[in-house]
Structure formats: C-alpha cells, structure tokens
Design a protein around this ligand. Sequence first.
Ligand code: NDP
Length: 485
Amino acid sequence: MIDPKPTASHFIDGAYVDDPAGAPIPVIYPATGKEIARVHAATPSLIDSALAAARRAQPAWAAMSGPERGRILRRAADLIRERNRELSELETMDTGKPIQETLVADATSGADALEYFGGLAASLTGEHIQLADGDFVYTRREALGVCVGIGAWNYPTQIACWKAAPALACGNTMVFKPSESTPLAALKVAEILKEAGLPDGVFNVVNGAGEVGAALVGDPRVDKVSLTGSVPTGKKVYAQAAAQMKHVTMELGGKSPMVVFEDADIDAAVSGAILGNFYSSGQVCSNGTRVFVQKDIQDAFLSRLAERLKNAVIGDPLDEQVSFGPMVSEGQMNIVLNYIAKGVEEGARIVAGGKRADREGFFVEPTVFADVTDDMVIAREEIFGPVMCVLAFDTEDEVMTRANATEYGLAAGVFTRDLTRAHRVVAGFEAGTCYINTYNDAPVEAPFGGVKASGVGRENSKEAINHYSEVKSVYVKIGEVEAPF
Ligand code: NDP
C-alpha cells in the first residue's frame, strides 16, 4: 500500500518545496476520521515563486514544437497508467472513494486527457483566409500565458489533468491549487509530468485554502483561471478575474434532471439513477439528482431501485469489494445529513437510507426520497451527497418545464425507447451535457460543461483548445496600400 505522506507540500519549478510557516492542513482518511498526512498552506513567498516560475518557463514551452510538447504529455499518460494501482490507492485515501472506482475512473481518466491533448498538440493550427486582390489573412493560434487551475475535492487527479493537459498542449504553463480537503494527488501528477520530461516551472502545485486560490486569481501575472467548484465560489472567482479581464473556465455545480418515461427500460433507468446519484457517494457535479419518473411506472421504478440498493457494499473504500464509501469530510457529511432532515421535515417520503451509517468515518447511507415536489429545498439546492429525489410527472411538456426550472444547467438525461422523443427532449434541455439512455459518462473526446449558473466554457474534447488559446489575425497586403492623402 502506498504511503500517503507527500515528500513536501508543494511542487514548484520542478521540485518539491515546503515552508512550515504555512498553516497546517491535516489530511483525514474519510473512512476512519484519522489523520494520515499533513501539508502546509502556501505562504505568500511560495505563491510568488510558483507564479514567477510559471511566467519564466512559458515562452520556451510555447516555442517548443507541438509534437515535442505532446510527446511529454503522452509519456506522462503512460507513467500514470503504469502506476494506476498506487495512484488509485492515494486517491482513495485522499477522497474516501472506493478503490473499485478509483482504479477505473480517476488516474485513468487523467491519463486519457494527457494522451488526448498530447495527441492534439501536434495538430494545432491557424487558418488561411483568401481576400480580394491577392490579399489574405492568416490566423495564429497562440497560448494565453500563465493559467491558474483550482480544483474541487471529488476528483483531485482527474481535475488536475483535465486542466493541465489542454493548457499545456496549447503552450501555457500552470499553477494548480487543489482543494484543501484533498491535497495529495495533484503533487503526484506534477512529479510524474517532471519524470516524463516536462521542463521545470511548466506545471506547479501550491496547496492551501480559498485565500491561496484568491491570491493566485488576483495576481496580474495570471492570464486565465479555470475553476472547478461550487456556484458561490465561481461567482467570486469570476468577478475577481473579470476585474483584470482574464479568461475563465467555470465548471460549477448542478441540480440536474433525469427524466424516465413510461416506455423506458426500467432496469437501465434504475442503473442510470444509481450511477447518477450514488457513484462517488453522490459527490459528482453532473449528478441527476432530480429523477422525474412518469406516474404509471413510479411504483415499479421505486421498488426495483430499493431492491438494487440492497446490493450496495458499504465499508472500507480500500477494500475492492466495497462499492459505496464515505463523504469526503465530516463537514460535508453534516451538510448532507441536514438536507436529509430538511427533506423529512418538508414531507418527502424516505424509500431507502436516510441516516448516517452505523460505523466510524463519514458515511451517509444511500438515500432515496419519493413524493418530492419542485418547491422543496432538497429539489432545488445542490446537496452533493448520496441523496436522490424522485418526482412524479404526467406529460412531456410538463416535465420539460419542470426540468428546466432551475438556475443550474450542467447536465440532463432522458430514458425512453422512443428515439424521436429522446432527441426532442435533449434539444429542449437547458443543460450543457446531455445523455440518452445512460448517465454520467464523461469520455475525454466529448465536451463537458454547463450553461446558466453551472458555468462558462467547456473542458475536454477539441472545444477545450478554444478555452486555452486565442487567435491572432494577421492581414497580409499584396497590392498597393491606398491612402486618402
Ligand atoms: P468550493 O467551491 O468550495 O471550492 C472549490 C475550490 O475553490 C477549492 O479549491 C477552494 O479552496 C477554492 N476556493 C474557495 N474560495 C475561493 C476564492 N475566493 N478564490 C479562489 N479559490 C477559492 O467547492 P468544493 O471543493 O466544495 O467542491 C464541490 C463543488 O464543486 C460542487 O458544487 C460541485 O458541483 C462542483 N464541481 C463541479 C464540477 C464540474 O466540472 N462542473 C466537477 C466537480 C465538482 P478550499 O476548498 O481548499 O478552501
């Protein structure tokens, strides 16, 4: 088993560094509540050296050829895959997510991003635009400069890679700040990138809480900020970045709808609802937490769901048989338990779960509420835990209005055997990432992101290139230059 203690708290300019003057941040294993490692928050001088290193390294990195940059990213992808077991153990200790999940969805997803954008790096081009009289315009796709990445705690390795891979492929450098709840994984990503041949200063990691993030966002040396986090934090970070007209990508929260029509394959819909509510103990931004089920099949859906939930194996997430782990922290557990109490108080009916599991650590049972109405707090606010709300509906028009009646717009899904209806429904969803007869798949080839309050910009796919580069337009005159005088 990997020793979770990091070599040091930060990775700056190609080396581990520490400053014990920074506030201590204990790393707690969520399955026991015990401290397993400790880092220190970055002090102002460390933040300064990370930004200075990123600034210094950027011109030479951008001047390298695309294939050379890409080769380094792809080598890092290979190293991550070779070390998947130890990286997955670390991810499980950092987050509490079951190792049966982290082995297939975290480091491997980070490797996919490094491989994909490593491949794209060689293909980045501008275009040629022919004009009259032989004149023409060509465009250059240029790096933005120094990017800051700020991560949430649910997918620490994946988020670091999803931000670093496109940023670095385009010739940017990055300073990444993980969530203070999960400070370990991104350090390993930095170490592996260095081993793969990444020049010093191109990818730096500084640990710390929100103040460290704010210091990075407000620094004039930074050209772009990419945040994965909640809507309230997103609003603050977006405003701070706007004051200096910086580029942003905002991957924020959601309260996504999943609509199950009466002609759906019920087992497939139940599987989708389980994946979209209980994977990572419900700590997934795109979760379909409002499950709208057409009235005629509601009883069948609920009884099948309750049966399937009995198969969840709750326990130590380092045990490969375990399929359901704890919340990331005591604080998050209490937030979720408060929402469950609120649901009961508002009159929703508990079909499964509903309380803290009877064991050490921060476990909340997989919980399903039926008879939920649109006005209830549990149907309106992002809970970010294993709490599914089931809402009944009659008609397609009605459910579309209700599904879209939210400030969020991250994801949405539909289960039906009628493909015409499926395409009509997804066209009507006010959401950036939609699913037909599945839920929560996020391959690197597909754009991922939200509309409305759920965010700005897209991660993954070729779309991400547009958010980590800008286009310079060059007019070339072939004929004579005419002037009025
Ligand atoms: P938070 O918004 O609390 O924090 C996100 C990150 O921002 C953390 O690293 C945090 O630091 C940092 N931060 C907090 N305040 C500031 C500030 N003023 N300036 C700069 N940085 C700041 O989110 P959580 O970590 O609690 O993550 C859960 C949220 O993330 C949910 O809403 C979820 O939906 C969303 N999310 C969105 C995803 C997407 O792709 N759309 C994917 C995953 C999660 P610290 O916490 O260390 O203090």
